[in-house]
Structures are given as structure tokens and as C-alpha cells.
Design a protein around this ligand. Structure first.
Ligand code: SF4
Length: 186
């Protein structure tokens, strides 16, 4: 159960070329991806068999959204182990994604030529096919995250939406988690 959390969102629309110039640094961000245990385990994550800069070719504008989940002090205090914090974070993220993802896909559907960027793909309940070396089951539905194609989300959120991303380094539940999504349009 998700007991006490507050969800808020902010968004901004800017020129796609400016966004790419200011915030894309594929090699630097790839170094962070390499440290992730999920590296190479989903078709939505690097390494790719294509140049990731090409996925944002031809777009004029981008709307970047930050959806922030805030936990209250009681909920945070109740998470006394790293496992509990992980479970609580995951529950909260899953709950928010249930609404957020369909909205984003719907925005994309209603905006011809647009493409949304979400999170590491979890469309298949039975798990991604990549570890078995099999092709993606839903290449038409799978979307990449902004970080997987080289965008610096810390800088994007700080500069454009005034949100400082937070991570726990000691196993505690962070005060807030921000989910970053985007819609590139032509
Ligand atoms: S749609 Fe399924 S197979 Fe494709 S990337 Fe997502 S989880 Fe993996």
C-alpha cells in the first residue's frame, strides 16, 4: 500500500535543437549507464545497434515533464532498511506510472509525428527478451528514456524545472523521487 505520498508535476516546452545542444552528452552519460545493473538487459537501454543521437532527429520542440513523488516523514521513518526503501520506492513509482504512461502514449498518439521518452521499458510482464538474445516483442510500443540516449537529466531538471533530483546513498527512502518524461514534436 502507498500510504502517504504527494504527487506533483511540472513541464516546460523548449526548442528541440537548443535542448539537444545544452543537455546531450552521450559519452559522459553512457559512463553512468555502464554502472547500472540493468545495462544491456533491456532493448530500451544501451548499448544500441544504432547511433542514439538519431532518435531525436527532425523534431522542432520538446516538452519535458518532471513528475515528483514526495514521501512524508512517517513513511520515510518506517523504511529502516535498504530493501524496505527499494520496495516503497518501487510501489510508488508503479502507482504513478499507471497513470503517467497511458497519458504520455495518448499525447503521442494525438500529436502526429511525435515521439515520447519514458523509462526503461517494462512492457512485458514476463521480462525483456534481450537477455535471451531474442528480438523485442513490441518494437512499435517500446520507448527509450532520455538518459538512455545521452541526456543529462540532472541538468535538465535543475535548469528547466527547478527540480533537484535526489538519490539515497545510505539505503534510506529519499524525500522525493522525480520521474522524467518528454514528448518531442515536429
Ligand atoms: S517491449 Fe518487452 S521485449 Fe521489448 S524492450 Fe520492452 S520489455 Fe523488452
Amino acid at each position: 500500500m502507498i500510504d502517504k505520498m504527494k504527487v506533483s508535476s511540472k513541464q516546460v516546452t523548449i526548442d528541440a535543437g537548443e535542448f539537444i545542444r545544452r543537455y546531450r552528452d552521450v559519452d559522459r552519460i553512457r559512463a553512468f549507464c555502464l554502472q547500472c545493473p540493468g545495462y544491456g538487459k533491456s532493448w530500451s537501454c544501451p548499448p544500441f545497434d544504432f547511433d542514439p543521437v538519431t532518435v531525436t532527429d527532425g523534431f522542432k520542440t520538446v516538452t519535458v515533464m518532471g513528475t515528483t513523488i514526495e514521501f512524508d516523514a512517517q513513511t520515510r521513518a518506517a523504511c529502516t532498511t535498504a530493501d524496505q526503501s527499494r520496495v516503497k520506492s518501487r510501489e510508488a513509482i508503479n502507482q504513478v506510472m499507471k497513470t503517467l504512461l497511458p497519458q504520455l502514449y495518448e499525447q503521442e498518439r494525438q500529436t502526429p509525428g511525435s515521439r515520447c521518452f519514458t523509462f526503461r521499458c517494462e512492457l512485458c510482464p514476463e521480462g525483456c527478451t534481450r537477455p535471451q538474445g531474442k528480438p523485442c516483442r513490441h518494437p512499435d510500443k517500446m520507448r527509450h528514456s532520455l538518459e538512455s540516449v545521452g541526456f543529462d537529466l540532472v541538468a535538465v531538471m535543475h535548469d528547466l524545472l527547478g527540480i533537484d533530483l535526489e538519490w539515497s546513498t545510505d539505503g534510506s527512502l529519499p524525500k522525493h523521487i522525480t520521474l522524467v518524461t518528454a514528448l518531442f514534436t515536429k
